[in-house]
Design a protein around this ligand. Structure first.
Ligand code: FE2
Length: 427
């Protein structure tokens, strides 16, 4: 028996289909399904997409904006200092409560898979234990991956190494790092060697905050791709941020991108954050400070846009809307051709699914029955409108709904209602 039948869906590739769900899986996708179902949704005129995915987030810090004070300079370094002031004041319960509230927001936005870094530079491992609890609580509706992140430096913080290993022993999923945060370039490169070795030995994935600076000589990604190759980790490693690539010499960048492609490194730029954190030491012109997205993409590298932060020491805004992150990516990377904008939708859906090694993702027979019905006709319109999530479905059940967004106008002689999705260019 079909539990849920979605009629007249428009998929991201333009196909018009019906989607039948049974037992939490997609049982059939075809132009017309006539079988009986317990529940039917009419998705006429709506894009139906697999759920949004955030490939890079910091759930231990989210919704802590203003605690214990605001970031006045707007720099990454003040954000890290501020987080260091907040850490001793955190409680297990408060971290869980903020993370759970963020997860509610995420579900309302159709964001059903999140890779979050969790700071391990704390002998109490308070954030690790809190987010392990959150991962368990949200499991029915969000796939939460945890990355052991040595925020204060794997070598620079004397207990980071021990605490990172403790966090992995407790069940944290992925190995993280921050080579540009170490005291020397040599230590940064050495941390890539050791962290990748830990991942290889334990059979884990890797996700490194790599070269998140405007310094063109911050080239730790070179060491990361070398270790990826040496240890047989191809396709299992993500370089997050990679902002120094923006400022690098073009010749070196072209060599580097080839090496990254060869190692099948995935890239996760975070446009909302990097457009505000980078370039802060510049007068004018101010660099955009996001990595070279079109060039990475042209080399065949899987690029995902992450959100990174929402209302925390590094970023005061955000609402868990991956369409907002992708829209900023389009702007910062100057990717406004129809084909590039269409790709940006993949950068918050199918691309991060690949980088995070998610199983059963997509709208095909046999995949998990997880998807979002959007108040938009196609991916580019969804990006333009930051489209309303009419229904969010997980394992064949509706877990969130938002009413259609329509404005009522009170103007003489003009239409009575306005819906952004009705707008299209006219001759
Ligand atoms: Fe980050």
């Amino acid at each position: 028996m079909i539990g849920l039948l979605v009629k007249n869906a428009t998929l991201a590739d333009g196909r018009k289909v019906d989607i039948a769900c049974a037992g939490g899986k997609i049982a059939e996708v075809s132009p017309v399904i006539t079988a009986e179902a317990r529940e039917t949704i009419d998705a006429t005129g709506c894009l139906v997409s697999p759920p949004f995915i955030d490939a890079h987030f910091h759930m231990d810090a989210t919704l802590s904006l203003g605690l214990p004070r605001y970031n006045q300079s707007g720099t990454l370094l003040e954000g890290i200092r501020l987080w260091g002031e907040l850490k001793p004041l955190l409680t297990h319960e408060a971290v869980i409560e903020r993370a759970m509230r963020y997860c509610d927001l995420a579900v309302s936005q159709g964001l059903l898979a999140i890779r979050t870094h969790v700071d391990v530079c704390d002998d109490r491992l308070l954030c690790v234990e809190a987010l392990l609890e959150v991962r368990k609580r949200v499991k029915p509706y969000i796939d939460l991956q945890l990355v052991a992140f040595p925020q204060d430096g794997f070598y620079r913080d004397p207990s980071a190494r021990t605490n990172l290993l403790r966090a992995l022993d407790l069940g944290v999923d992925v190995v993280g790092g921050i080579p540009h945060g170490e005291r020397t370039m040599a230590d940064g490169a050495r941390s890539m060697t050791e962290l990748c070795a830990i991942a290889a030995e334990r059979g884990l994935l890797v996700d490194i905050h790599c070269d998140e600076t405007d310094d063109p000589w911050s080239r730790h990604v070179e060491a990361l791709v070398y270790e990826t190759q040496r240890l047989g980790l191809k396709g299992r490693v993500v370089g997050s941020h990679l902002t120094s690539m923006h400022s690098m010499d073009n010749y070196y960048a072209s060599k580097l991108i080839g090496l990254m492609a060869e190692a099948e490194l995935h890239a996760t730029p975070n446009p909302l954050i990097n457009i505000t954190l980078q370039g802060r030491h510049d007068t004018y012109p101010k660099r955009r400070g996001m990595t070279r997205v079109p060039e990475l993409r042209a080399a065949g590298i899987t690029v995902s846009f992450g959100h990174d932060c929402v209302m925390d020491p590094w970023y005061p805004l955000g609402q868990g809307d991956m369409l907002e992150a992708a829209s900023m990516g389009i702007h910062v990377a100057l990717m406004t051709s129809p084909e590039q904008m269409r790709w940006a939708f993949d950068a918050v859906t199918v691309n991060p699914a690949k980088a995070l090694h998610l199983e059963g993702y997509g709208i095909e027979k046999g995949c998990n029955a997880d998807f979002v019905v959007l108040q938009a006709k196609n991916p580019v319109e969804a990006l333009r409108l930051k489209a309303n999530r009419l229904k969010v479905i997980r394992r064949g059940k509706v877990i969130a709904e938002t009413p259609e967004r329509v404005a009522a106008l009170h103007l003489d002689g003009r239409p009575a209602t306005v819906n952004g999705a009705d707008y299209a260019p006219r001759a």
